[in-house]
Design a protein around this ligand. Structure first.
Ligand SMILES: [Zn+2]
Length: 263
């Protein structure tokens, strides 16, 4: 092959990789026209912001625990060690970074987008849910004007997909259930072979909690004002979470959390 051809091929490869990076593949397969023409483009338009937030979280985490700023460490502790166990160390931060890399890769894979005009799971201001195979879009997604909320929730859903995990109590500064979560959860979750299954049944860890990843990415990407806004979705004792899904919680939501991360 001539030198010119090699150069030409290299340029094509480079452009191809670049397009792959900037145009994440979230596409509709075998879906209706409304999904293809209205819903799918809107979901696709949100993914670059989610990816940006995930990338910023990875930039912070790649510094390691000792390299993070005091504000970043505080954010990490608030989200990943709400029970104040003191268990956060370099190894834990590395696993979180590794999980973020898996989430990042999930954004590049093809996934089926399904619109759910009539579905019980789409209560309140919920934007999406996932059964791992498909990303289901709730009607409120089309009314939601806050792109940051859409992007944050999309990270939540892609964490389910990438790590194959279920929900733990959603992040809220006033949630007493979130406050009980520990970095690695119950010791039984550490057991060989059966550990990961037990972990998903007990669901008391932050290490595999979709909302921990979504919220950390939101906070370190400097979206504090949006974060505060999401706290106003309380409806009596049932609190609307960040992904708009009602989740029972003993605490009534009122306070805005006091910590924030400086840019
Ligand atoms: Zn979830």
């Amino acid at each position: 092959m001539s030198h010119g051809k090699v150069k030409y091929l290299t340029v094509i490869l480079f452009v191809g990789m670049f397009i792959k990076l900037i145009v994440p593949v979230v596409s509709a397969r075998k879906s209706g026209q409304f999904e293809e023409t209205v819903v799918d483009p809107q979901v696709r338009a949100i993914t670059p912001l989610s990816i940006l937030m995930v990338d910023e979280a990875m930039t912070v985490l790649s510094k390691g625990w000792s390299g993070m700023s005091p504000a970043e460490q505080e954010a990490f502790l608030t989200i990943y060690d709400p029970a104040n166990t003191g268990e956060i160390d370099e190894q834990f931060v590395r696993i979180v970074l590794n999980n973020f890399q898996r989430i990042r890769r999930a954004f590049e894979n093809d996934i089926e987008v399904k619109y759910e005009p009539v579905n019980d799971r789409c209560e309140g201001k919920r934007l999406y849910y996932t059964d791992i195979i498909s990303l289901h879009i709730c009607p409120y997604f089309l009314s939601e004007t806050n792109d940051t909320r859409k992007a944050r929730s999309l990270i939540h859903e892609f964490t389910h997909i990438a790590l194959l995990v279920k929900d733990r109590p959603y992040y809220r500064p006033t949630s007493k259930f979130y406050a009980e979560l520990t970095p690695r959860g119950s010791w039984t979750s550490q057991l060989p072979i059966v550990g990961p299954v037990i972990r998903e049944i007990v669901a008391s860890d932050t290490l595999y909690h979709p909302d921990a990843y979504a919220h950390f990415a939101l906070v370190v990407s400097g979206q504090a004002s949006a974060r505060e806004m999401f706290l106003n979705y309380g409806i009596g004792d049932m609190n609307d979470s960040y992904d708009g899904h009602l989740q029972e919680d003993g605490a009534t939501m009122q306070a805005i959390d006091s910590w924030s991360v400086a840019p």
